[in-house]
Write a new protein. Structure first.
Length: 300
């Protein structure tokens, strides 16, 4: 495939949640003619008002585009959108390119690549690192698995949504890198929260703990941005806790498939699962602190 001219391209986007809506908006700003679908139809309204075509099913998106992006919550949602009764995969023209930006497990990405190949459709797994604000600013990092020629063909589209593109390898490798990234993200948040809870139980003020720990080599740099949320007890989601638990579950599945023991990952997964069950599912994943602190009798 030749590199695409975004100003003349009709591009499909399926999945307009917190991330997908912002990504699609940046594609629209770059000059793409969008065809969009989301199960909750009002999510598509801002894009449609800007000139996008709103489709009534994923299949209707596939019929109208040469490149189609998916940004969905979990593997089951991707499978339904692509292969379900109203799925897009058998409606895309031969030679079209499907780019799945969802965070799924590597074996699932390889399965979808195989399904796409059977339909004579090209496939890239291209999950993103970054939350809502980087998505809005077009500063996401794409971790890409698939053929280099397919990546080059759609590079301008990815550049409209992101500031960095990493070609990791063949199908499933972009998803593999994203899985490692999210495993470390979730585990470091839980460990930091547990450290705060212990420090406070030992009589150290939360303020003193933050002042000492933030910026040191033992604390992940991103945690500085979580300080305000924890101090205010305001866990408006940037990355929801329920999706953190989902990603850890997929990492555990991948570990089992690869024959790799992941004891810390599995422990963290159960902690996030408990937090979700106790009302924190739709809060930011930093609410793991509120859950752990409540367990120990502290104020959330």
């Amino acid at each position: 495939m030749e590199r695409l001219d975004t100003r003349q391209m009709r591009v499909g986007f399926v999945g307009l949640g917190a991330m997908g809506s912002r990504m699609a908006a940046n594609l629209q700003k770059s000059g793409c003619h969008l065809v969009v679908f989301n199960r909750t139809r009002d999510r598509a309204a801002p894009l449609v008002s800007g000139g996008a075509i709103g489709a009534d099913a994923p299949a209707a998106v596939g019929e109208q585009v040469e490149v189609l992006f998916t940004m969905l919550a979990h593997p089951a949602a991707v499978r339904e959108a692509a292969l379900g009764q109203a799925g897009f995969l058998d409606r895309l023209p031969a030679g079209a390119l499907w780019v799945d930006c969802s965070t799924v497990n590597p074996s699932f990405s390889r399965e979808m690549a195989s399904e796409a190949r059977a339909s004579k459709v090209r496939f890239l797994d291209a999950p993103v690192a970054g939350s809502r604000e980087p998505a809005a600013r077009g500063e996401l990092v794409f971790c890409v698995g698939g053929e280099a020629t397919d990546l080059e063909a759609c590079r301008p589209l990815l550049q409209a949504m992101g500031s960095k593109i990493l070609h990791v390898g063949g199908h499933g490798m972009g998803t593999s890198l994203k899985m490692v990234n999210n495993l470390l993200l979730a585990s470091s948040m839980a460990a930091f929260a547990e450290g705060l809870v212990l420090g406070q139980a030992l009589g150290i003020s939360q303020e003193r703990l933050f002042d000492f720990l933030i910026g040191t080599s033992v604390v992940a740099p991103y945690l500085a941005a979580k300080r305000g949320k924890i101090e205010r007890g305001d866990y408006a989601p940037e990355f929801a806790l329920q999706w953190t638990e989902k990603d850890l579950h997929l990492a555990a599945v991948s570990g089992q498939e690869a024959g790799v023991a992941l004891p810390l990952t599995n422990a963290a997964k159960e902690i996030y699962e408990l937090a979700a069950r106790h009302g924190h599912a739709e809060e930011d994943f930093s609410a793991i602190y509120a859950f752990l602190n409540t367990l120990e009798g502290g104020a959330s």
